[in-house]
Design a binder for this molecule. Structure first.
Ligand code: 2M8
Length: 444
């Protein structure tokens, strides 16, 4: 089974390569997405490390002067009509050497340092020239990755506690998650926006899987609000309708600091390595202080506009397991939640027992491989090797039986969404090849 799965995964990555970047899916997502690039690099490390670096390069070449890494880098060869909201809608001005309308103005989870470290670690398997290339790429990326972290922990520290806020659900990567429902209820839904701007996703995907028009009009409205002030973050909390601290985004922010510590170590920047470890520690403390609910014993999204935690129990609440300094009590809470009837292996995107659990709709029930890959990593970080192996096997089985789909039905395993999806293929390669444990993992 593994050779067959390996070959099909490699061929998806071959098909979705677009010259200097990978598209998540040719039809549904015909540009370059930020956190997809990180997941994809993790798989390309096995079959084409040169492309892993090229893809990361293309993304970071589009980094803004303030350090933000845009959530989409637009391919100028793709027509405006092929994806909504496209380049003209975002209206991003030219910056640095970038032309106008080259990217979006929002971000996605900063997983790139983790990916770069994994690609570097794999380089020795491809020979000395590859190791040399990998080191040079780390040198190039390091200051850019640091600038990305600095943007998120300063300009986006809207709550003042050292966590990054997301100002649009798309920034979480878990777009339509019930984690945002309470905060989104406060965002005006102007359905007339969808007559001015036409959804393109419904031409290529099933409406029963995608966000509703009501939610989509809110997504569009939030972009218009951020765009109106040229994507400035100054005083954002007082003039923008959505600002949330997400446990998954911030757990990845902390994991990025740990990967940066490893990268800094290899680059001989010992003092910086210590600073990154300290930052990871502070992010962990802030997640525990602000996003833990002692009643549910799991993590929840905090709405900064109301100061309340979302009641929804989502897969994002399990992600702080990525952090090795998470206190034992919180590790136990999250592990119990993970193994409960609400989740299980592979974990659905939302609590299976919730009344509004939806087996089809985007991030409101289906299983995604990328968050399960992160969950497995979290289990390894906390020494839960048997559970990590159980989850790994469940993911491999799912993708082998059903294909490299974007997401999967949480009961039947049926493949849903885009059928040849890049991160599913890339992570299948990693799941087949890598049983190692992060260097900073704790003993069980
Ligand atoms: C989905 O998000 C895009 C908007 O960014 C969409 O729905 O059109 C999400 O699954 C996101 O996590 C992912 O990065 C993107 C591309 O795969 O698709």
């Amino acid at each position: 089974m593994s050779a067959e799965l390996w070959n099909s995964a490699a061929s998806v990555l071959e098909t979705n390569w677009s010259g200097d970047h990978m598209v998540p899916s040719r039809r549904l997502y015909p540009h370059q997405w930020s956190w997809d690039t990180a997941f994809i690099a993790i798989g390309l490390a096995y079959v084409n490390p040169g492309r892993a670096w090229r893809d990361l390069h293309s993304l970071f070449e589009a980094q803004w002067p303030d350090g933000r890494v845009p959530h989409i880098v637009f391919d100028p060869a793709t027509a405006e009509a092929d994806y909504f909201p496209g380049p003209a809608f975002w209206g991003v001005p030219a910056y640095g050497a970038r032309p106008a309308n080259g990217s979006t103005g929002i971000v996605q989870p900063p997983l790139h340092a983790v990916a770069a470290w994994k690609v570097y670690r794999r380089a020795s398997a491809h020979g000395a020239a590859c190791v040399q290339e990998a080191r040079a790429e780390l040198e190039w990326l390091y200051p850019r990755l640091v600038a990305q972290q600095n943007y998120l922990t300063t300009r986006r520290n809207l709550g003042g506690a050292g966590l990054a806020s997301i100002v649009h659900p798309w920034e979480s990567g878990l777009d339509n998650s019930p984690a945002w429902d309470a905060a989104m209820a406060g965002v005006p839904a102007d359905l007339s926006l969808l007559t001015t701007y036409r959804r393109r996703d419904l031409d290529v995907a099933d409406a029963a899987h995608r966000p509703t028009d009501r939610d989509y009009s809110r997504y569009v409205g939030l972009v218009l609000s951020y765009r109106a002030e040229s994507y400035s973050d100054t005083d954002l909390l007082s003039r923008h309708d959505f600002a949330v601290e997400c446990p998954s985004f911030n757990a990845i922010l902390g994991a990025a600091e740990l990967a940066l510590a490893q990268i800094a170590g290899v680059l001989g920047r010992t003092a910086e390595a210590a600073v990154h470890r300290e930052r990871a520690h502070r992010i962990t403390d802030a997640i525990v202080a602000r996003l833990w609910d002692p009643r549910t014993r799991t993590f929840h999204a905090r709405d900064l506009r109301t100061g309340t935690l979302s009641p929804a129990r989502c897969v994002s609440g399990l992600m702080p397991l990525l952090l090795p300094d998470l206190p034992a009590e919180h590790v136990e809470g999250v592990l119990t939640e993970t193994r409960s009837a609400r989740f299980g292996f592979p974990a659905p995107s939302y609590d299976r027992t919730a009344a509004d659990f939806d087996t089809m709709r985007y991030w409101r029930g289906p299983v995604w491989i990328n968050v399960n890959w992160l969950l497995r990593r979290g289990l390894l970080v906390h020494g839960r090797r048997d559970e990590a192996e159980e989850l790994r096997a469940a993911m491999v089985r799912l993708v082998h039986q059903h294909g490299h789909f974007e997401y999967f039905h949480p009961a039947t395993g049926e493949g849903l969404g885009a059928p040849t999806f890049s991160w599913t293929a890339a992570l299948a390669l990693d799941l087949l090849a890598d049983r190692s444990v992060p260097a900073y993992a704790r003993a069980a």
